[in-house]
Design a protein around this ligand. Sequence first.
Ligand code: ATP
Ligand code: MG
Length: 559
Amino acid sequence: MRYANLLIPTLREVPSDAEAISHVLMVRAGYIRQLAAGLYIYLPLALRVMRKINAILREEMNALGAQEIALPALHPAEIWQETGRWYEIGDEMFRLKDRTGRDMCLGMTHEEIMTWLAAREIRSYRELPQVWYQIQTKLRDEARPKSGVLRTREFLMKDSYSFDADEEGLEKSYRRHAEAYHRIFSRCGLDFFMVESDPGMMGGGMSHEFMAPSPAGEDEVAICDACGYAANVELALSDPKRNEPVAWQVEEVYTPGKRTVQEVSQFLGIEPRYFIKSLLVISDSGPVLALVRGDQELHEKKLARIIGKHRPAHKDEIRSALGVDAGFIGPMEQKVRVIADTCLQEGTYVSGANRQDYHVKGIVPGRDFTAEWHDITLAREGDFCVKCNAPIRIQRVIEVGNIFKLGTKYSVPLKAMYLDEKGQERPLVMGSYGIGPARIAAAAIEQNHDDDGIVWPRAIAPFDVEILALNMNDPKTRDLAEAFYRDLRAKGIEVLVDDRDARAGVKFKDADLIGIPTQVILGEKNLKDGLVEVKDRKTKEVKKVEAESVVAYLLTLFS
Ligand code: ATP
Ligand code: MG
C-alpha cells in the first residue's frame, strides 16, 4: 500500500484522556479514533492487525476441528430468560424492544444462542463431539470502558462452544482448547500464562484465564515461581506470614472511642496482625459476620462464593443485629452466621468485646468462638504458596482469553439433549471459550514498545516491511521504491511504501511510531553507492545492503 493514499493520521502530541501505553500509541500512530465512550473506529492499520490476529484464531480453531458459524448479535429475550441470565445480569446487558414490544437484547456472549441451536440440530451421540465458533461482535455496557480497545462496549470476540456426551469428552475438548490457546498467544508474540479463575457469570465448573503481564491490566494474579501455582487473586489461596505466639490472658480492655484496627492497635501498642477484624454484611439470607486478620483485607468475591450476593451492613443494621456499634463487634457468642478466614484458626487475638468502648485481649479462636472456616482474604505479595510454601508474587495482567467448563448449566434449561448408545436422552455437556482479538493487539503493544512507538511482533504487524523513500523528488529513489514494492509483493511480503512528499525526519518518526518490524530506507547518498539501509525496528540495528540483493536479504529474514 502507498502511504500517500492511506488514512494514517499520526499525532505528535499525547491524547489527554489516554493512560494505558497501548491507548496512547494506537491513537498517536493513527490506528484508532474514539467515537464515544467505549466505542472505537478502527482505521486501516488497526484493521490489518485485527485481520492478522483473526486469521491466526481461525487457523488454530479449524485445526482443532471447530466449525465456523455466524450467529446474530440481536437476541430475543426469551432464550436468556430460560437460563435465568436475563434476570441475573444487570446493566451490563443492552436491552431493547422491537416494534411489537417484544423484549430483545444485544448479545454480550452466545452460550444461550449456541445451546438453542444445539438443542435443535444435535440428536445422537454419533454426532459428538461438536465444536462451533464465530468471530463476532459482542456488546456490553461496561461500567468503566477505558484504556482504549482493552475494554470497550462493542468488541470482537472469538467464541467457541464444545458439545460432548460426557465429562470425559468435555475434559478433552477443554484440554484441546487450552493447547490451541497456548499456540494462539505464542504465535501472536505475547508473553502470557494460564491461571485458575472464577467462572463468574458463566457459571459451571472449572475455568482458566490466559493472562498477559502488563501494568495496564485490570486483573491481578498470584504466582508461585517455585511450583508454578498461578491463580487469579479472586480465588488464589495463600498463607500469610504466621504470628509469633503470645501468652495473653483473656481480659477486657477499655478503648474509649477507638474503633478501627488502626486506632486500637496504636492505642494498645499491638500490631494489627494480632487483631480480628469483624465485618457485618447483609446477604439474601440475612446478616453474616465475616472475620479477617487485622492486617488483611476481606475479598468480596471469595465471600460471595460462600454466601452469595451481599453488601456491607449499615450502622443501624449492625446495632439491631448485634446490639453494639461498629468498631466494638467481636466474634464471641454470636447468633448470626460467622465466617472466618482460615488463618485465624491459629493464634491469640484482640477483638471487639461486643460492648461499647471495650475490646477483648487474649481470644483464642475455636476455644472462645466457633465459625465456618474459609479463605476469604486477598492474597498478597510475600504470602506463602499453599502447595509448596514458597513466597508468592502478585502480578498485574491483562486477561486476553478465558476457557470455561459449563457442564450442563445451559443444556438442561434449554433442553439441549442427545440420545446415548442405549437410546436414553441425556443433556449435552458443554464448554465455552473466548478470546478478544483487540485485547491481544493492545496487550502486544503494552509488551512491545519503546519511547519512539510500537514494535509489533511480526505475525500481527499491519505490514511486514515499510519502504521509506526519503526523497520522492529524486527519480532514482522513486523508481527503486516502486521496484522493491512490486518485487516484494510478488514474493508474498506485505509492504507499505512511504511515498509522501514529506521531510525525511517526518518519515523516520512516523515509521518508528507505527511500528512495522522492518524498514528499508532509500536515501540518495547511499543509493549513489548502490546501497540501501535495512533497519530492524526492535533492535534499531541498521545494515547496509546492496540494492540488488535487498529482496533476497529480506526473504531470508522472513523465512
Ligand atoms: P473482563 O473480566 O476483563 O471483563 P470477561 O471475563 O468479562 O473479561 P469474557 O466474557 O470471558 O471476558 O470474554 C472473553 C474475552 O473477550 C476476554 O478474555 C477478553 O479478551 C475479551 N473481552 C471481554 N470483555 C471485553 C471488552 N469489554 N472489550 C474488549 N475485549 C473484551
Ligand atoms: Mg467483563
